[in-house]
Write a protein that binds this ligand. Structure first.
Ligand code: A2P
Length: 320
């Protein structure tokens, strides 16, 4: 099984990384220090998570104490919608670099394909959005390409992009997106996207691999399933002598997909990293394939499809 996903220039992104969305200030320093101590080398960040300074402190201390070198780390960050636009990318990327305390990122991704007015965090009305005519993705992408040329990031990618949006972007770009980071787990297997990305040489990183049970209430639907309680996953875990979370992580690794489970708990951090070693049999994979329901824990409706928004679930995901 792959331990890392390789890029055209030979760079390697470790297949299991540490997710930091929802890792609270006051917790994330210790989580990143422990993660690096036990062998994590891939840390997934974003300006919007509001914790890049603390993550940066942990990286700085781990490096200065000789636990790891910058070169051994894979650090990702993401461009928020309020910084879309060709001329805004560099400033936003430089802010993340300052906050994290680095002079380059390994990967910078457009966080969502949804442009917002400058200064907006989460939109509170239709007036907070920019239209895609005002801020076309291909113009933002030109800013991303310029950041590679300026040496601010080694690789660029996107997040939460459908096949249709990837196709549109690819038809306009000079540097292809190298990664698409999307919600993915056995209830949302996205086989069409996986096949498309494979044919285009685009890696996938799966977010919410464990079903993000700690997501904020406004992102919870009343009857949402709990992935970690799924009986098929439990049976496989029991037979393998591992935990349900490990089966969920190993499923991605067995598909050649990178994943970024979030934890701030030392024993779960260890458990999640060790899942990269668990081989699932073709029969296990077939059983898990049967769980697909095209179910999103976070479809974005409560963030993006608000009164006056130009977006619908159809236009975000380009699928029913
Ligand atoms: P904690 O940070 O206390 O470990 P996701 O990565 O899908 O967003 O899920 C993150 C949620 O899953 C967090 O609530 C996290 O809690 C929890 N979690 C992380 N690792 C495990 C694990 N191995 N077993 C059970 N829950 C886990």
């Amino acid at each position: 099984m792959k331990k890392a996903l390789e890029f055209l220039n030979g760079d390697q992104m470790p297949i299991v990384g540490l997710g930091t969305w929802k890792s609270a200030p006051g917790e994330v320093y210790a989580a990143v220090r422990e993660a690096i101590r036990i062998g994590y080398r891939h840390i997934d960040c974003a300006m919007f998570y509001g914790n890049e300074v603390e993550i940066g402190n942990a990286l700085r201390d781990a490096i200065s104490e000789g636990q790891v070198t910058r070169k051994e780390l894979w650090i990702t960050s993401k461009l928020w919608g309020s910084d879309h636009g060709r001329d805004n990318v560099e400033g936003a990327l430089r802010k993340s670099l300052r906050d994290i305390g680095l002079d380059y990122l390994d990967l910078y991704q457009i966080h969502w394909p949804i442009p917002l007015k400058p200064g907006v965090g989460l939109p509170s009305s239709g007036a907070d959005f920019l239209s895609t005519a005002e801020a076309p993705i291909h113009a933002t992408w030109e800013g991303m390409e310029a950041a590679v040329i300026a040496g601010l990031t080694r690789h660029i990618g996107v997040s939460n992009f459908s096949v249709k949006k990837l196709r549109d972007l690819i038809s306009h770009c000079k540097i292809k997106p190298e990664v698409n980071q999307v919600e993915m787990h056995p209830l949302l297997q996205q086989t069409e996207l996986v096949t498309f990305c494979a044919t285009q040489g685009i890696h996938i990183t799966a977010w919410s691999p464990l079903g993000s049970t700690d997501r904020p209430d406004f992102l919870k639907s009343p009857n949402a399933p709990t992935l970690l309680d799924n009986p098929v996953i439990h049976t496989i875990a029991q037979l393998k002598g591992c935990t349900p979370a490990q089966v969920l992580i190993a499923w991605h690794v067995n598909r050649g997909i990178s994943t970024i489970p979030k934890s701030v708990n030392p024993s779960r951090l260890r458990e999640n990293l060790a899942a990269a070693e668990i081989m699932l049999s073709p029969a296990d994979m077939e059983q898990i394939a049967g769980l697909d329901q095209n179910y999103r824990f976070i479809d974005g409706a409560s963030i993006w499809v608000i009164e006056g928004s130009p977006w619908t679930l159809q236009t975000i995901w380009d699928a029913p």
